[in-house]
Design a protein around this ligand. Sequence first.
Ligand code: DC
Length: 236
Amino acid sequence: MTARKRPIIVAVDGPAGSGKSTICSEVSRRIGWSYVNTGALYRGVGLLASDRGINLEDEAAVGAMLEKLAGAIFWDYEKHQLFCGEENLTPRLGSAEAGNAASFIAKQQKVRKLLLPVQRSLALNAPKGAMVDGRDIGTVVFPDADLKIFMTANLEERARRRLRQLESKPVAGVSNNNQSLSEVMEDIARRDNQDSKRGEAPLKKADDAVEFDTSGHSQDEAIDALIAIIRDHGLL
Ligand code: DC
């Protein structure tokens, strides 16, 4: 038997609010694997750029900043926290500001190119297996993943989840949320459109991905179902 050259990689892609990060972080804890949240990387880069007063539409300026900082970006895949040097960006990642900034900079070729090796090396350094979630993991980052999942849920359910997330993650003690359900639905629909129509690594289901619709499932049911899919593929 030949030894495995790299850890087992499960790629999980899907639109905003489909449950990827909640479900993948808990599944990885339960099966003892590492978790890499690539949306957190894009959100973190968006925050770093806006903190520095950089115009988020200025691709060259965002790229130049990331070129300088890429080596300092660190994802703790046990605690699921993102750092840039000593700065812990995690408490601000769930904010609407971070989500909006991320969707601007995620369109940029230079940002995607610079984040590609960061995402790959995080997953490839996992001691056992890695669950990697995002939009283009099965299509671009790990086209040779051991298993690809495309996670979906209907728009209203995704908006309800995002609303709960915004309300439960206050930044500096102040709720992030001043949006109604219909505003969050509009926001997500706009983001879906941006993510799937962009020229660079658009959100799309890989041909060999397993579609997993979490609509109508409780969090626990979805977690159990995903573990069952991983097991059925002989990866546990
Ligand atoms: O999953 P999320 O909402 O945290 O992602 C934030 C933004 O980053 C979203 O607009 C899509 C983008 N993204 C991406 O383009 N590619 C990834 N692999 C992960 C996220």
